[in-house]
Design a protein around this ligand. Structure first.
Ligand SMILES: *Cc1c(COP(=O)(O)O)cnc(C)c1O
Length: 343
């Protein structure tokens, strides 16, 4: 592989520690959502690291993602959240993954294509996104259901829908025979053990996201973007920096130009908030984020020069507050140009 001037340092120990913390807190089996290529970090590496730590249940969105994950250990179970559409039947039959059936049409399709094969089922308890409605559960008769699940719409808030969804799910779970039941995503785990059932399905918090304040101080950052300095230069007092000339140097300002930009998922909304750290000193952004470059003020760090690696600040809750983007968007936006380096 050619040298890449930007890399994502990925902290395996932090990923595993986050999973362990969520597993202990839930008091039940803890799986992992690895859709969207493990929220941008790399689904295969995440899956193998968490499997080694004891995680057994993994979730992707599509059959293409299931295939790209490659072969996983026999002791691991993989579920495909979008279920089985008309174009997915042959992929589903060729795969060891289970579909999460989401509608009466998908249920009928699975009964016909794979009678007696295990599946998972999503019940819609109030999100109106995917899932069989509670009044329609008669269509599930005859399925061999491994995991019966539902998904919380507002678990990251204190919202009355949380208790309502919990109650609706309990009613359905008492009526529909299944090997296991599952309701909670990351934020749902933080709502308490009432929400845990037999299996929890965190995604975001595994990767360093903090969906609710209860996780503060427990969940560690996993993804650390680092970019190389292309050049160091001086903007003289009164000169501007970058597109739109939005940054004017008040005094002679030393800049490091870094090999990262919005095409890498370091979005323009970091402008005015983002920055870097070097040797404990903070290096704020100067001017707008470009497609492939940013400028940081390195006046305080004379030792920074061409070729040095600089870590951008990417603490997810802080970055989300500054940019107005969600922690999910920030993670999944991290683009292919990074060399992903697990340490
Ligand atoms: C993405 C997803 C999860 C994980 O959600 P997080 O909020 O990232 O923890 C769990 N269950 C389902 C059905 C999902 O789609």
């Amino acid at each position: 592989m050619l040298h890449r001037p930007l890399r994502l340092r990925l902290d395996r120990a932090a990923l595993v520690a986050n999973w362990r913390w969520l597993a202990d807190l839930s008091g039940t089996a803890c799986g992992a959502a690895v859709k969207a290529d493990g929220y941008g970090l790399g689904a295969r590496e995440v899956t193998m690291a968490l499997h080694a730590a004891g995680c057994r249940d993994f979730f992707v969105s599509t059959w293409d993602e299931a295939l790209r994950l490659g072969s996983i250990p026999e002791s691991a179970s993989l579920s495909v959240l979008h279920g089985v559409g008309a174009d997915d039947v042959s992929a589903a039959l060729a795969s060891t993954a289970r579909p999460v059936l989401n509608s009466a049409a998908q249920v009928a399709r699975w009964k016909e294509a794979a009678p007696g094969w295990p599946c998972d089922v999503m019940i819609d308890t109030g999100m109106n996104r995917l899932g069989v409605r509670p009044e329609d559960i008669a269509v599930l008769d005859g399925l061999v259901i491994d995991t019966l699940m539902s998904h919380l719409a507002c678990a990251d808030e204190d919202h009355p829908l949380n208790a309502a969804q919990l109650e609706r799910f309990r009613v359905v779970a008492a009526e529909v025979p299944a090997k296991r039941t599952s309701l909670a995503n990351s934020a749902g785990v933080l709502l308490g053990r009432d929400f845990a059932f037999d299996l929890v399905r965190p995604g975001l918090a595994l990767y360093g996201g903090i969906p609710r304040s209860e996780a503060k101080g427990h969940i560690r950052q996993v993804a650390h973007p680092e970019a190389q300095v292309v050049q160091r230069r001086t903007a003289h007092a009164g000169e501007s920096v970058g597109y739109g000339a939005t940054f004017i140097a008040e005094r002679d300002t030393e800049l490091a130009i870094l090999n990262i930009g919005y095409a890498d998922g370091y979005f323009r909304s970091f402008t005015g908030h983002g920055g870097a750290a070097f040797d404990g000193k903070s290096l704020p952004l100067a001017g707008r984020v470009s497609m492939d470059l940013v400028a940081i003020d390195c006046s305080e760090t004379p030792e920074v020069g061409e070729g040095d690696w600089i870590e951008l600040l990417f603490d997810l809750p802080t970055a989300a507050a500054g940019t107005g983007m969600s922690q999910y968007e920030l993670l999944t936006g991290l683009a292919d140009r990074f060399e992903r380096r697990w340490v």
